[in-house]
Ligand binder design. Structure first.
Ligand code: NAD
Ligand code: UD1
Length: 331
């Protein structure tokens, strides 16, 4: 059985669908601090399969031990964590407490029960402001906010863990910009309050909840002056986790992979792709640059293709169409 921490969330729920479709048994631990219980029902509805759900906090050692006591957990995919960059600057202790402590409790429990295969959700944020693009896995790491620091620290903690006991098999996955939703329209991303990220924000403009998009800067040294990112469909990203799990099952060590498409799109390109998907013209205004933003970020995908046999397949039109279907069904 695979334990998925944070499995009720955006990427976790899509990954549970892919795991169940691939024939794995799945247990989820999630405290629902940034997700809803009904995503568990929707995972079951999409796959026609059952999944065990524990509504528990991962920092609660007793609760985590109980899960390992009740199930034979073969491997863990660890998504649980807080992820809002701006909020992490306001309340850093909450981010360090939640993200670091939950990982320590998880790893201590795994070691106690002899489960030493772990796939961890890291982020392209660990590359800081890269000197060149595309970004390779061996580029230097740095961060500019507490959220990013938790990712960097956890990468180091897991690496130290493997040094201390080389039976561990750890896969660090560095996601670029996950967007889109499941083709069923049942699961997707629905952030609380006003969205920080680009596509959830555009979705709310398209549905009429927000008036217009603020484009943060049009004077970057990029193709049209707006920021360029590597947007990846959440379903492709989730399939990457199934491949990462196979990798963890086949060897020990710490292996790090970028999960991106390798192609960068500008803010305006994404806006226009979304306009096509929803069939409306969407208002936007040019606003000042957002503090901490970098001009351009996209992945070198060679290593994940060669070593995991994985490559993103869905294009921007599909990402926007799926996001729009989910938005219409759920907002
Ligand atoms: P999400 O907020 O939708 O999912 C995270 C889930 O973890 C939520 O369901 C939340 O309730 C749960 N959770 C948080 N703290 C917990 C705790 N202490 N105990 C139990 N459950 C807890 O986020 P997501 O977009 O699905 O991201 C999943 C992971 O991927 C996170 O670690 C995030 O940092 C990382 N990541 C996300 C992105 C992105 O753009 N979405 C990019 C890079 C990395
Ligand atoms: C952000 C986080 C990053 C995290 C990633 C995925 C910051 C500084 N970085 O990355 O750590 O890993 O999300 O969760 O928050 N944009 C607008 N208007 C908007 C929103 C965004 O123009 O209303 C632009 C941004 O300037 C950027 C692009 O759209 O150029 C993408 O922004 P966003 O979706 O927030 O992702 P990142 O900044 O790449």
């Amino acid at each position: 059985m695979i334990l998925v921490t944070g499995g009720a969330g955006f990427i976790g729920s899509h990954t549970c669908v892919e795991l169940l479709d691939a024939g794995y048994e799945v247990a989820i631990i999630d405290n629902l601090c940034n997700s809803q219980r009904d995503s568990i029902d929707k995972i079951k509805q999409i796959t026609g399969k059952d999944v065990k759900f524990y509504e528990e906090d991962l920092v609660n050692k007793e609760a985590v031990e109980k899960i390992f006591e009740e199930n034979k957990i073969d491997a863990v995919i660890h998504f649980a964590g807080l992820k809002a960059v701006g909020e992490s600057v306001q309340i850093p202790l909450r981010y360090y407490h939640n993200n670091i402590l939950s990982t320590l409790v998880l790893c201590e429990t795994m070691a106690k029960y002899g489960c030493k295969k772990l796939v961890f959700s890291s982020s392209a944020t660990v590359y800081g402001n890269p000197h060149t693009v595309p970004i390779k896995e061996d580029f230097p790491r740095s961060t500019t906010n507490p959220y990013g620091s938790t990712k960097l620290m956890i990468e180091d903690i897991l690496t130290d863990l493997h040094v201390s006991d080389n039976e561990w098999s750890i896969v660090l996955l560095r996601y670029f910009n996950p967007i889109g939703a499941h083709a069923s329209g049942l699961i997707g991303e629905n952030p609380n309050g006003i969205p920080n990220n680009l596509v959830p924000y555009i979705a709310q403009v398209a549905i009429g909840k927000l008036d217009h998009l603020n484009v943060f800067g049009d004077d970057y040294p990029t193709k049209d002056g707006t920021g360029v990112r590597d947007y990846i469909h959440v379903v492709d990203l989730s399939k990457g986790h199934v491949k990462a799990l196979e990798k963890a099952n086949s060897c020990t060590g710490v292996n790090t992979y970028n999960l991106g498409t390798g192609t960068g799109y500008s803010v305006l390109e994404i806006l226009h792709a979304y306009e096509k998907a929803c069939g409306k013209t969407l208002k936007y205004e040019i606003a000042p640059r957002r503090a901490g933003d970098i001009p351009e970020c996209y992945a070198d995908t060679e290593k994940s293709f060669t070593e995991l046999g994985w490559k993103a397949e869905l294009d921007i039109a599909q990402m926007c169409a799926d996001s729009w279907r989910f938005t219409q069904n759920n907002l």
